[in-house]
Design a protein around this ligand. Structure first.
Ligand SMILES: C[S@@+](CC[C@H](N)C(=O)[O-])C[C@H]1O[C@@H](n2cnc3c(N)ncnc32)[C@H](O)[C@@H]1O
Length: 249
């Protein structure tokens, strides 16, 4: 990967290395401690979650949702490292959930005074919980949690935004929506960008979506980490290259 000399790919490689070697500064470790302490509070919560917004007659608790749906620490650290290393000023997350990965993202964006984080979620309770947490990390004008089903909110969000540096696609893990998010966001992409797709091997549909995304002509590099897939979109690179890398399952 280093042989390409591409600065964005080199940054991504260095982030992977940093996570594998657990080579973080004391300040970064303090960020992780705060984010994990937030996670711990959620895990202990028995607050009831009601899925009626999605037309489902099911209930759960915040603790269970946190255990099942939030990014494990190792992957959250990778997202943190990417945001920080790339000095990402504009970050999009599809899939806020309870704001665990969002906490890592905002911890990494703390020093970027002009940073803007947009994250999207359909469950009102999650939006409330995550928004309160985010406001403890950065001032409220530096993040936006968009409430609503993506079927209603994604289109307007794309029209109103462009130029994301880093995009974390971690909601609605189905083939067609995942491909649609990529296609439509790509049409508004104005500079080299790093895209992280979660659960690329979750289902056959997600495997197909990942295969199609990485073969897109706009993709300069792809990294298959089995759980996560990362693509770099960089118009200055003419011939695409694909890598596989083992980090953790
Ligand atoms: C896997 S979780 C995100 C986890 C989070 N990124 C983290 O690591 O902490 C995916 C979230 O996407 C939301 N979601 C899935 N499909 C959606 C849709 N069609 N509209 C709105 N929200 C949706 C779910 O409610 C869930 O909270």
């Amino acid at each position: 990967m280093q042989a390409t000399g591409n600065p964005t790919l080199l940054s991504v490689t260095e982030c992977l290395q940093q996570v594998i070697e657990d080579n973080f500064s004391p300040e970064d470790r303090e960020s992780f401690r705060r984010a994990e302490s937030y996670r711990k509070g959620l895990l202990d919560s028995t607050e009831v979650v009601d899925y009626s917004v999605f037309g489902l007659n099911q209930k759960s608790t915040v603790g269970k949702v946190c255990r099942q749906a939030t990014s494990p620490a190792v992957w959250a650290r990778l997202i943190f490292a990417l945001v920080k290393h790339l000095s990402a000023a504009k970050v999009l997350e599809i899939g806020t959930n309870l704001g665990v990965s969002g906490s890592y993202i905002l911890e990494a964006m703390r020093p970027v005074a002009a940073g803007q984080f947009i994250t999207m979620e359909g469950m009102p309770l999650y939006v409330d919980i995550a928004s309160r947490q985010f406001a403890t990390i950065v001032p409220e004008e530096r993040f936006e949690v968009i409430l609503g089903k993506y079927e209603d909110t994604f289109g307007p969000m794309v029209v109103n935004n462009e130029g994301f540096d880093l995009l974390f696609i971690d909601g609605n893990h189905q083939k067609e929506p995942t491909q649609q998010y990529f296609r439509e966001l790509l049409s508004r992409s104005t500079r080299p960008s790093v895209w992280v797709f979660d659960d690329i091997n979750w289902t056959e549909g997600m495997v197909e979506a990942w295969d199609n995304i990485k073969q897109d002509v706009a993709v300069a590099y792809s990294l298959d980490l089995y759980k996560l897939g990362i693509v770099i979109v960089d118009p200055s690179v003419k011939a695409a290259k694909h890598f596989s890398y083992h980090l953790s399952y």
